[in-house]
Design a protein around this ligand. Structure first.
Ligand code: NIG
Ligand code: FE
Length: 396
């Protein structure tokens, strides 16, 4: 197997506390660095001056390099868009969970090919912005057939596939929500579990209460699915407590938390995956990242890319929001968008530059990772290395 030396890295964020070099916690930096890649993984990481020989070399000309972003929360399998709903919201209409049904109708009416093309387009858009690992949920089909086909599309794009049959109660079950929970935990789970790694539920007023959410997550877990939860997005509620009780790896949103919720996240080691694109796009107050960090909770950042509440595919944009609006330091925000995302997905092979990890990098047209927040809205990602393969744009 040929080896590749990537050199000329002016600043390399490793997220590896055991690497030489210092830099602001928690990211850890090496300056004038290089990496060697073999079999899609890092085989060597260190100072460029000490780099071993390799079969081929790529010189990045002094640019900053960070681990490829790990976007742990995205809804990419859908039809249509909701620009009109966004426009109305920006004129004062409040966001509510029920808008999901608009996308459910458009998704059911879409062909398999159209769903695949739209999801693939969004994954490509993410990659252009430095994302090399993405989680993709179902949740806009809400029939056995439409949920299973959404997961089949997702599985062509990522191993991090999430069954979200419990996004809202399907319109056909408006008068029988308990019947819908039976479907989600029965025949729909049978059809979907083979395609998925995760089970998720939208635990919120207008979607599923704590009782239903527990039943859905426990049924998924009994089928071997790992647990994540849409929790406490629009108001206080049971989501975080249910996540802690059901052994969730991550509770996502976490916008409205009581002190008991923060303690539950910490005590059950549940990652809080914050989604500031949703607060931006629904003009809502941001989650209190500083409170979570002070309590010792692991914080991840993700886009929540979806046509209703957060139609951004940009991790750099979410980093900028986290720094400016949530008072995370640039280093904290970058860590949360990389190593934090990996924790949210129970992965130890991504989000870090360390021997043995997947060779996923985002190369920045900037001298420092700080520019991700300092230069908001600027396309700083020159290209990615994904699984050890550099995009052609990086060879110059
Ligand atoms: O994460 N909260 C639930 N689901 C999405 C919104 C989906 C929609 O509005 O279509 C979210 O924000
Ligand atoms: Fe979501």
């Amino acid at each position: 197997m040929a080896t590749l030396l990537v050199t000329g890295i002016g600043e390399l964020v490793t997220n590896d506390p055991f690497a030489d070099g210092a830099g602001p916690a928690p990211v850890h930096l090496l300056r004038d660095a290089a990496v060697v890649v073999e079999h899609g993984r890092f085989a060597w990481v260190g100072a460029a001056a000490d780099a071993p020989a390799a079969d081929t070399a790529l010189d990045l000309g002094g640019r900053a390099v960070v681990p490829g972003f790990v976007d742990a929360h995205a809804h990419l399998v859908f039809g249509g868009d909701r620009a009109a709903e966004f426009e109305a919201r920006m004129s004062g209409t409040a966001y509510a969970a029920g808008g999901i049904r608009t996308t459910v109708a458009a998704t059911r009416a879409s062909s398999d090919e159209a769903l695949q093309a739209n999801a693939s387009r969004l994954v490509a858009e993410m990659r252009r912005q430095g994302t090399t690992t993405v989680e993709i949920k179902s949740g806009y089909g809400l029939t056995v057939h439409d949920e299973a086909r959404a997961l089949a599309v997702a599985a062509t794009l990522t191993p991090e596939v999430t069954y979200l049959g419990a996004h809202v109660v399907a319109p056909e079950f408006a008068d029988d929500p308990a019947g819908y929970v039976d479907l989600v935990t029965g025949p729909m789970l049978d059809a979907c579990a083979p395609h998925a790694r995760w089970v998720d539920v939208f635990c919120e007023r207008g979607a599923f209460d704590g009782h239903a959410a527990r039943a859905i997550l426990r049924a998924g877990a009994a089928r071997g699915l790992k647990v994540r939860v849409h929790a406490n997005q629009l108001g206080e509620g049971d989501g975080v407590q249910v996540a802690a009780e059901c052994g969730a790896v991550s509770a996502d949103h976490c916008t409205h938390l009581t002190d008991a919720d923060v303690a539950a996240l910490r005590d059950a080691s549940v990652v809080a995956t914050l989604l500031p694109g949703a607060e931006f796009s629904t003009r809502s107050p941001y989650p209190d990242a500083r409170r979570l960090l002070a309590a010792g909770v692991t914080v991840a950042l993700a886009t929540d890319c979806n046509p209703g509440s957060s139609y951004t595919s940009s991790m750099p944009f979410c980093i900028a929001l986290a720094v400016r609006e949530m008072r995370m330091t640039p280093a904290e925000a970058l860590w949360s968008a990389t190593a934090g995302g990996a924790a949210s997905l129970a992965r130890d092979d991504v989000g870090v530059v360390r021997v043995g990890a997947r060779a996923d990098l985002a190369v920045l047209d900037a001298p420092s990772f700080v520019h991700l927040a300092y230069r908001p809205g600027v396309p700083l990602v020159a290209g990615v290395v994904a699984g050890g393969v550099p995009e052609p744009a990086l060879a110059r």
